[in-house]
Design a protein around this ligand. Structure first.
Ligand code: NAD
Length: 444
């Protein structure tokens, strides 16, 4: 099938590549000419495990091409995916300007029936707005006879495992009432739904809400566990024991119940906020979602509070080694990352940061390269030298079993703040560290 994908970010590039991999002919279009030029040369703008080889193979095989030429892109695909960003507006609601711009572009260029698919995460009612915008442009062109459908097909991939998630999705949501569109979408996704039926067809508004409900449920699990971790810390209980204890109940399960330093990334924070704004617009007080967001904002400050308290509020002139800058492992994405809140608080207090991350160094350089209070190092060990403490912010695999003797010898003081509970408190005590973690008892 012939497919066009607008937007070559985490979603558009991965989805476009996976559709090409199963044999579809895919054109990816972006307004960022630089990105497109680099993709043409096989330079992948994001870090996503397994993606580079697949992009190169499918590009070489002629099934995947890149362009900035909207006319060519709209002429190509019977199915036109919108996979552009929907960042938060000033009031937290989803900014739909990029989505509606693509709708406009498609309407300006189309010469035959098109299925327009919202893959971006968009509030309930957006498909209606896309439809209205396309109608408006077609009318202005005097081409009202051209037909189209707008389908909601939200994306559930996770950064860090995006390729695998697209290869083996848990479910494929298709929101439309048009039988022909359903048939086309079924054919498109058939290669991904072979083992068992994964396609769930529903009305557009339910499909749009499904995406927000999924992300808000996951964010709720995290904020809930962070709340219990705060209680555990104050009540003399151990959140790790509690986590194991509740996870064993299959109704709860072990997934996504790890306490930490708060959720970040480009999705959970903005999607929780956007659903709160959607609720506000219809005068519904989304109490649970507001609490989830408030707990998360507070949780992102807890690591700093522990550091400040340990040093008696005297942080000016101190240096902290930070391991982990990306908002989670296996990505270079730093949008809304807890590391940013921590670094900015440390700088505000007059401290310096020596940081290392396996993938997010370039992004950190782009964001904070101008700050003298930040030094970036090529290895995790090099970032330790002379620091007053080590702070673990992201739970990368390569941080899980480090050489603790080396850490101890490199730090000016053996103090370790673990924002992800990746070490054992008793073992840390044996290595001579003063060790802080999240919601756990200090060693005897
Ligand atoms: P991104 O910011 O990484 O990429 C968006 C791309 O769209 C950019 O390359 C930008 O240049 C391009 N773009 C903007 N306007 C354009 C236009 N008019 N024509 C063509 N290209 C245009 O965004 P992302 O992370 O891929 O997210 C895209 C959407 O998918 C968002 O709504 C997001 O909420 C949703 N989503 C993201 C994830 C994730 O993990 N990143 C997961 C599921 C859903």
């Amino acid at each position: 099938m012939r497919v066009t994908v607008f937007g070559t970010g985490y979603v558009g590039l991965v989805q476009g590549t996976m559709l090409a991999e199963v044999g579809h002919e895919v054109v990816c279009v972006d307004v960022d000419a630089d990105k497109i030029a680099r993709l043409e040369q096989g330079i992948i703008p994001i870090f996503e495990p397994g993606l580079e080889g697949l992009v190169k193979e499918n590009h070489a095989a002629g099934r995947l091409s890149f362009t900035t030429d909207a006319a060519r892109a709209v002429a190509h695909g019977d199915i036109q995916f919108i996979a552009v960003g929907t960042p938060p507006d000033e009031d937290g609601s989803a900014d739909l300007q990029y989505v509606l711009k693509v709708a406009e572009t498609i309407a300006e260029q189309m010469e035959a029936h098109r299925i327009i698919v919202d893959k971006s995460t968009v509030p309930v009612g957006t498909a209606d707005r896309v439809r209205a915008r396309v109608d408006e442009v077609l009318k202005a062109r005097g081409r009202e006879e051209l037909t189209f459908d707008v389908v909601s097909n939200p994306e559930f991939l996770k950064e860090g495992s995006a390729v695998a998630d697209c290869q083996k999705p848990d479910r494929i949501i298709i929101g439309t009432e048009d039988e022909d569109s359903v048939e086309m979408m079924r054919e498109l996704y058939a290669p991904f739904s072979r083992q068992h039926e994964k396609i769930i067809v529903m009305d557009v508004r339910s499909a749009e809400l499904t995406k927000y409900a999924a992300n808000c449920m996951l964010a709720t699990k995290i904020s809930f566990m962070n709340e219990i971790a705060n209680l555990a810390e104050r009540l003399g209980a151990d959140i790790e024991a509690v986590r194991q204890g509740i996870g064993s109940d299959p109704r709860i399960g072990y997934h996504f119940i790890y306490p930490g330093v708060g959720y970040g990334g480009s999705c959970f924070p903005k999607d929780v906020q956007a659903l709160i704004r959607t609720a506000d617009e219809i005068d519904f007080d989304a109490k649970v979602l507001k609490a989830v967001e408030a707990r998360n904002a507070k949780q992102k400050t807890t690591l700093f509070a522990k550091i400040r308290d340990h040093f008696g509020g005297e942080l000016a002139g101190r240096t902290f080694a930070l391991w982990g800058l990306a908002f989670k492992p296996n990505t270079d994405d730093m949008r809304e990352a807890p590391s940013r809140v921590l670094m900015e608080a440390l700088w505000q207090a007059g401290a310096r940061v020596q940081a290392y991350d396996p993938e997010a160094m370039e992004e950190t350089q782009r964001l904070y390269g101008h700050r003298d209070e930040l030094s970036l190092f090529g290895t995790k060990e090099a970032a330790l030298k002379g620091a007053d403490a080590l702070v673990i912010v992201t739970e990368w695999q390569s941080f899980r079993a480090p050489n603790f003797e080396l850490i101890n010898s490199q730090l000016a003081q053996p103090v370790l703040f673990d924002g992800r509970n990746i070490y054992d408190p008793a073992r840390m005590a044996r290595y001579g560290f003063t060790y802080y973690s999240v919601g756990r008892l200090p060693p005897e």
